[in-house]
Design a protein around this ligand. Structure first.
Ligand SMILES: [Zn+2]
Length: 152
């Protein structure tokens, strides 16, 4: 993690600066130059580690924002027998989202209306026994899709 590396570098630099502060000022110029070069190099490393840490934190902020948006979206849905609908005054509204794609991809694709009983997912191409406004798993009267398709 860049922050841990930056802290390690800063600790080393503090030690180096302390050495320079306490050193006998009759120190050899070559030795002083060498320690200053090391300090400069360590500062550059810390700067790079902090830039990496900043990017990592920005990425985490973005992930948190997306997860919060997804959570708020999911919280606002109404679930009827495994099919999630948008909520209108607490009741299912419109066509549901594809439960298959939600499980497999973690994404919400709204189903496309097939007829009064079935809806199709344009993403996974699966047909669901789910229609608008919470009508799911209709069995009575039994409606066969082929019969409906044949009638239209
Ligand atoms: Zn799907």
């Amino acid at each position: 993690m860049p922050i841990a590396e930056a802290l390690t570098s800063i600790t080393a630099m503090i030690g180096l600066v302390k050495t320079l502060k306490d050193v006998d000022h009759d120190l050899d110029k070559g030795q002083l130059k060498s320690q200053m070069a090391q300090l400069y190099s360590d500062l550059a490393d810390v700067k790079m580690d902090l830039v990496d840490a900043q990017q990592e934190l920005h990425g985490k902020d973005q992930t948190i924002r997306e997860l919060n948006e997804r959570f708020d979206f999911q919280k606002a849905l109404v679930e009827i027998e495994g099919f999630k609908y948008d909520s209108k005054d607490g009741r299912p509204s419109g066509l549901p989202y594809c439960p298959n794609c939600e499980v497999k991809e973690g994404k919400m694709y709204r189903l496309s209306k097939g007829d009064e009983q079935f809806s199709d997912c344009l993403n996974c191409e699966k047909t669901h026994n789910a229609a608008a406004n919470g009508r799911v798993n209709l069995k009575s009267p039994p409606i066969e899709r082929d019969v409906l398709v044949g009638r239209y």
